[in-house]
Design a protein around this ligand. Structure first.
Ligand code: GDP
Length: 364
């Protein structure tokens, strides 16, 4: 699966957000499978209204949304890259994630200590980012030396790797995150393998007071501005509200949100933004047993997508009967779409599109 790490300084609302994410899922409905794999890892369902429409038209007995994994990464403080706080353990946890959520405290509360002494989300983002950049700098400087030796000896892989490492290192030396490096399509997998902490896509989560959830505040505005200047994503939520929402179900939840001027749980925004951050798309399978959403990276071809369901589907892939979501809905389901000539038979080279309703044919 794909996962997002939740990072931030202490007392900014990380655990509150994580617990709300996981609790909401557990409370929502029995057929929204949720599980906590480890205390700090939770899988959450990706909200997608299309799934209900597909299930209604396809007369599916159950709905199974696709999931995203969130990891609560505690222990980041100034000096973490030098082993302060949970130090290296914390950094190792981030290394394994696909994307990083920076939770930034944008609420004032004199009862809750701020480790830096005041509310300043931009400074906090810089503290977090600096620790991650120092760790990257450290690991890259070591690795570059050995790769340079290999490259001199004629090692082509080492040479290709250096062409990614060196510009990334130059950025870090200038105090810039490695994600500012723009790899060519060929360099992308190399860059990814480097697993640089600041090479991962970032989502800023501005955690505001309950009263500011609908409007944001001056602090969260600064976060939005920063995100915009970097071409990064940002969402405004109030973790405290989300914790409340997580305890409610159905109508109570809607009523509570409405009273605060909110249309949906803020967590939905976080989940969707995480999904976008990872550049993922959803395809569907629809049958009498279940209507189900599946996640695959954008630009994946049909066999790889089939492999998300089962490795046998990928190995024995023959073809994919495909109906676009809109065509499925507009024609009253699979048979109607077929009669209208909207069912396409796609082969190995087909790049799966977001919303495709797929039926894979394969050899066993
Ligand atoms: P973490 O250390 O980053 O995991 O922070 P926690 O989630 O434990 O939150 C620290 C404290 O801030 C807790 O007492 C939370 O209840 C409180 N808190 C978190 N989010 C909000 C919020 O949106 N508004 C207010 N007033 N308090 C919050």
């Amino acid at each position: 699966g794909f996962n997002c790490g939740i990072v931030g300084l202490p007392n900014v609302g990380k655990s509150t957000l994580f617990n709300a994410l996981t609790a909401t899922q557990a409370a929502q409905a029995a057929n929204y499978p949720f599980c906590t794999i480890e205390p700090n890892v939770g899988r959450v369902a990706v909200p997608d209204p299309r799934l209900e429409n597909l299930a209604r038209i396809g007369k599916s007995a159950t709905i199974i949304p696709t999931q995203l994994e969130f990891v609560d990464i505690a222990g980041l403080v100034r000096g973490a890259s030098k082993g302060e706080g949970l130090g290296n353990q914390f950094l190792a946890n981030i290394r394994e994630t696909d994307a990083v959520l920076y939770v930034l405290r944008c609420f004032e509360d004199t009862d809750i200590t701020h480790v830096e002494g005041s509310i300043d989300p931009i400074r906090d983002a810089d503290v977090v980012e600096t620790e991650l950049m120092l760790a990257d700098l450290d690991s890259l400087e070591k690795r570059v030396v050995s790769q340079q030796k290999k490259a001199k000896g004629g090692d082509r892989d080492a040479k290709a790797e250096l062409e990614v490492m060196e510009p990334a290192l130059a950025l870090l030396r200038e105090g810039k995150p490695a994600r500012m490096f723009q790899p060519t399509p060929e360099q992308k997998p190399i860059f990814k393998r480097l697993a640089l902490l600041t090479g991962k896509p970032v989502l800023y989560v501005a955690n505001v007071a309950e009263s500011d959830a609908a409007t944001g505040n001056a602090f969260s505005q600064r976060v939005l501005d920063r995100a915009k200047s970097e071409g990064a994503a940002a969402v405004i939520i109030s973790a405290a509200i989300e914790a409340e929402v997580a305890q409610l179900s159905g109508d109570d939840q809607r009523e509570y949100l409405e009273s605060l001027g909110l249309k949906e749980p803020g967590l939905n925004k976080v989940i969707r933004a995480g999904y976008g951050l990872l550049d993922l798309i959803t395809f569907f399978t629809v049958g009498p047993k279940e209507a189900r959403a599946w996640t695959v990276r954008r630009n994946a071809r049909a066999p790889e997508s089939a492999g998300v369901i089962h490795t046998d589907f990928e190995r024995g892939f023959i073809k994919a009967e495909t109906i676009a979501y809109e065509d499925f809905i507009a024609n009253g389901g699979e048979q109607g779409a077929k009669d209208a000539g909207k069912l396409r038979v796609e082969g190995k080279e087909y790049v799966v599109q977001d919303g495709d309703v797929m039926h894979f044919r394969f050899n066993v």
